[in-house]
Design a protein around this ligand. Structure first.
Ligand SMILES: Cc1cc2nc3c(=O)[nH]c(=O)nc-3n(C[C@H](O)[C@H](O)[C@H](O)COP(=O)(O)O)c2cc1C
Length: 325
């Protein structure tokens, strides 16, 4: 399949693995890229720019295909050395960067000078247009279904994707709720040039996370995510557990008096405990509603080649067959 995204990124299949904190290590990024998609290393999971440089080098040892790095600009407890991370990306010869959170205008000149393609992930048409206006090459349009930060507009992809298609000139991929060939064909039919998956890629053999995390996603249904931190306007979709229910109870009790410090136990420093130690009650961790569509733990190659094979059947047999009938 050839789309504006496969052409732009030099990849075989229009499938991207979104940056994920404590998931997007070199092993996963390389596995996705080797399977013909675009794997993405999560920049800020690496504690320093030197660590990111090592992770990029490690990924390059594992694949000769293109891969990207995610740079997230969200409120964090520490303040990351963004210029240092950008330098590591450029010196590491990375050719694609996925930005997210705030718009990436301050790093754009450096990335563009280095010939890097920038895909900004955003949750609204207005942020997508802003990304286009500051020179981003593509956007990843993240609907309300998504794992992680869906923004505050709550527009699901059934509406958001065609709205983006109506307004944007640069290509976009659909993100949030994408799991299989049905997602890909639907996204393409709504104007996207490919899809970005997060949660689905955690439940793969190569994702370097604790087995309990993968099993939790397989066990979860579409009813098992919750939105936390809405009162702080930093909404995050997470898998429910005892810590999340405790957090929601605090949100309800404190109302508009809620401060970040009130929920720090449930949200700060959680990712290594969940992803590496498998301590599944440690706190809130991002997970999409798409968990309800995930029932297995394939390799990235099985997942991506299966999606592409089935997408062809859907288009050439099921849809085409409907016209013939
Ligand atoms: C565990 C987890 C961690 C994530 N961490 C990040 C992150 O650090 N930066 C970012 O831009 N997006 C992050 N995301 C969002 C994903 O890149 C992607 O946009 C999202 O998962 C898409 O929705 P889906 O889970 O329904 O596929 C994370 C998602 C998950 C599930």
């Amino acid at each position: 399949m050839k789309t504006r995204i496969t052409e732009m990124l030099g990849i075989q299949h229009p499938i991207i693995q979104g940056g994920m904190h404590y998931v997007g290590f070199a092993e996963l990024a390389a596995a996705v890229s080797n399977a013909g998609g675009l794997g993405v290393i999560t920049g800020l999971t690496q504690k320093t720019p030197a660590d990111l440089a090592n992770e990029i080098a490690k990924c390059r040892d594992l694949t000769d295909k293109p891969f990207g790095v995610n740079l997230t600009f969200l409120p964090t407890v520490s303040s990351p050395d963004y210029p240092g991370y950008v330098k590591a990306i450029i010196e590491g010869g990375v050719k694609v960067v996925e930005t997210a959170g705030r718009n990436p205008s301050e790093v754009m000149p450096y990335l563009k000078d280095a010939g890097i393609k920038v895909i900004h992930k955003c949750t609204s048409v207005r942020h997508s247009l802003k990304a286009q206006s500051i020179g981003c090459d593509a956007v990843s349009v993240d609907g309300f279904e998504c794992g992680g930060h869906p923004g505050e507009d709550d527009i699901p992809n059934m509406i958001l994707l065609p709205r983006a298609a109506d307004e944007l000139e640069i290509p976009f991929v659909a993100s949030g709720g994408m799991a299989d060939a049905r997602s890909l064909v639907a996204a393409l039919s709504m104007g996207a040039e490919g899809m970005n998956m997060g949660t689905r890629f955690i439940a793969t053999k190569e994702a370097p996370v604790h087995q309990k995390v993968k099993e939790a996603i397989v066990a979860a249904s579409e009813l098992d995510t919750r939105l936390v931190m809405r009162p702080l306007r930093n909404t995050e979709r997470v898998l429910t557990n005892a810590a999340v229910e405790r957090l929601l109870e605090k949100e309800q009790r404190l109302g508009k008096d809620l401060k970040f410090e009130d929920i720090i136990d449930e949200v700060a420093g959680v990712y290594p405990k969940i992803m590496m130690d498998g301590d599944m009650e440690a706190g809130a961790w991002s997970c999409g509603m798409v968990a309800g569509l995930i029932h297995d733990i394939p390799t990235c190659e099985e997942l991506i080649s299966g999606i592409m094979a089935e997408a062809e059947i859907i288009v050439r047999k099921r849809l085409e067959g409907m016209w013939a009938a």
